[in-house]
Design a protein around this ligand. Structure first.
Ligand code: NAD
Length: 512
């Protein structure tokens, strides 16, 4: 990816990206039925005169970088009608035709890679390297589902032991989909839904997070540029009102939601009234288990990467460290030193390793847990503060934080913080490590660090989580299904499972 970026590095400054935003991003608009519909000051059958005014912020300064309007339920209705109409023809296209469009999206994203990266840095606060992962993985995801769409047979013969009959199986698109995404890795989370939905032959209403609209609106330009048929994808900048209207709309057949458990519960209830197909990717409180035989420095790299990447705002962040008691003290010392060396700063600065939190609300959420930790009298190894970052006092910065030997009944041990906060505990043997790792309402991901691959695999096979890394961290390949057990969600994204989530089987039986 760096090769693509190096051709466009002149774009990656705040000033140039601000210019790109002003010249190319369609603020105050929704992409509906292949057209940009202006949201402010327009009245027609669908639009109310008063859409919702909304500010977008630069997380590294707290300054307003753009003012825009959000959709209302009226635009959801308009988009659902368009997507429903488009479904009639899009669902009849061949897999190869859909693959052509998916590859065209990937080509166009590649051509605009630096712009997408820069807009993500600007709107989300993340360092350039993390935004490159967001956009790069999104491109890989569109390409992967292009391959699957092209390769999938339209009809398969099902073997039966019944003489004199034939049975055929078809995989049909589930219908019109409501795709609702969060702000933490916006481009890739969108791709994980949109790519398989399009590959399957579904049409979609996409609602980006209202916090990170800017790069997602550029995606609307891309869909327009590649001449995706009208109504196949509709992009609705909106907040909870729009999400609620999408998930309860009678023309929507499926809801795919990524976000918090609190909102996920509402989405399930909203979708229940019309028995919609539903996929939920929710929260996590994932464990990283460091066995006694682990190399301490290598383990610290994985621990630091697992919790402080994207300032801890990753659903699969390994936010609970379980370390063998024999190596806990030297590991804590090495971990403290490595953590305190992290370069915190604004995303556009090349040396930045950890950026700000995405919003004032997210900073308040992390500060709430600092206060709870103080009340619970937890041992703070490092961090636990936000306002002391004098250089950045206007932005949404929190210091990377570690609380050691945290009791398992602590709220910090049990609850998803979604910020740069690690809690630790020690274990005496693998059995206790597995028991502690599994003692959570969440079960999304885990990491095992060990010099002994056989033992590490044995531990991994007993940990209940949808994705486990051994001596690696946070690598998510398009081929691997993604999703958790327990309260981490329902269903799987990515891989073949991700395509199956947008298809339903249909069987036709006839005599020989
Ligand atoms: P959130 O739940 O606040 O919002 C997610 C999306 O839901 C946003 O687009 C929001 O506008 C929308 N929304 C809000 N109210 C709604 C309603 N009533 N009906 C429908 N939609 C509604 O989450 P967030 O703060 O944007 O993201 C952080 C959360 O996302 C964390 O809990 C994190 O673990 C989770 N997450 C999970 C995964 C995963 O793969 N499991 C990936 C990324 C993030």
């Amino acid at each position: 990816m760096s090769a693509i970026l190096s051709n466009h590095t002149e774009l990656l400054t705040r000033e140039r990206i601000q210019q790109v935003m002003q010249e190319e991003v369609r603020l105050n608009a929704a992409f509906i039925d292949g057209e940009w519909i202006t949201l402010a000051g327009v009245t027609n059958n669908y639009e109310t005169a008063t859409n919702n005014a909304h500010n977008l912020y630069d997380p590294s300064t707290g300054e307003v970088i753009a003012q825009t309007q959000l959709c209302t339920a009226a635009q959801v209705d308009q988009a659902a009608i368009a997507a429903n109409k488009a479904f009639a023809t899009w669902s009849q296209t061949t897999g190869a035709e859909r693959a052509g469009y998916l590859n065209a999206i990937a080509d166009s994203m590649e051509a605009q890679f630096a712009k997408l990266v820069g807009l993500s840095v600007f709107n989300n606060g993340k360092p350039i390297a993390e935004a490159e992962i967001d956009v790069g993985d999104a491109i890989a995801c569109y390409r992967y589902y292009a391959e699957l769409a092209a390769a999938q047979p339209t009809q398969t013969v099902v073997a039966t032991d019944e003489p004199g009959i034939r049975l055929y199986k078809y995989l049909e698109p589930v219908g019109v989909c409501a795709l609702i995404v969060p702000w933490n890795f916006p481009m890739v989370t969108t791709a994980w839904k949109l790519a398989p939905a399009l590959a399957a032959g579904c049409t979609a209403l996409l609602k980006p997070s209202e916090v990170t609209l800017i790069p997602e609106l550029l995606l609307g330009n891309i869909l327009s540029d590649i001449n995706l048929p009208k109504g196949v994808v509709n992009i609705l900048p909106g907040a909870a009102e729009v999400g609620a209207a999408m998930t309860s709309h009678p023309l929507i057949d499926k809801v795919s939601f990524t976000g918090s458990n609190a909102v996920g519960e509402k989405v399930m209830a909203q979708a229940a009234t019309s028995a919609k197909d539903i996929s939920l990717e929710l929260g996590g409180k994932s464990a990283i288990i460091v066995r006694e035989d682990a190399d301490i420095d290598a383990a610290c790299e994985l621990i630091v990467g697992g919790i402080f990447t994207n300032a801890g705002q990753i659903c699969s962040a390994t936010s609970r460290l379980l370390v063998h008691q024999a190596i806990a003290q030297p590991l804590y010392q090495a971990l403290k030193a490595m953590t305190e060396q992290l370069v915190i700063g604004e995303g556009f600065a090349g040396e930045t390793q950890m950026g700000p939190l995405v919003s004032a609300a997210q900073l308040r959420q992390v500060q709430k847990y600092f206060a709870i930790a103080a009340e619970e009298q937890l041992n703070c190894l490092t961090g636990g503060i936000s306002s002391e970052l004098h250089a950045f006092k206007e932005g949404y910065f929190a210091v990377p934080t570690i609380y050691t030997d945290v009791p398992t009944d602590s709220r910090l041990w049990q609850e998803e913080i979604f910020g740069p906060v690690l809690v630790t505990a020690t274990f005496a043997d693998d059995t206790q490590a597995i028991q502690l790792a599994n003692a959570s309402d969440y079960a999304l991901a885990a990491t095992v660090v060990s010099a002994d691959e056989t033992q590490a695999l044995a531990v991994a096979s007993s940990v209940r989580a949808g994705h486990i890394w051994i001596n690696e961290q946070q690598i998510v390949l398009p081929q691997a299904g993604w999703g958790g057990f327990k309260q981490s969600g329902i269903g799987r994204e990515l891989g073949e499972d991700g395509l199956a989530a947008y298809q339903k089987s249909k069987h036709i039986l006839l005599p020989n």
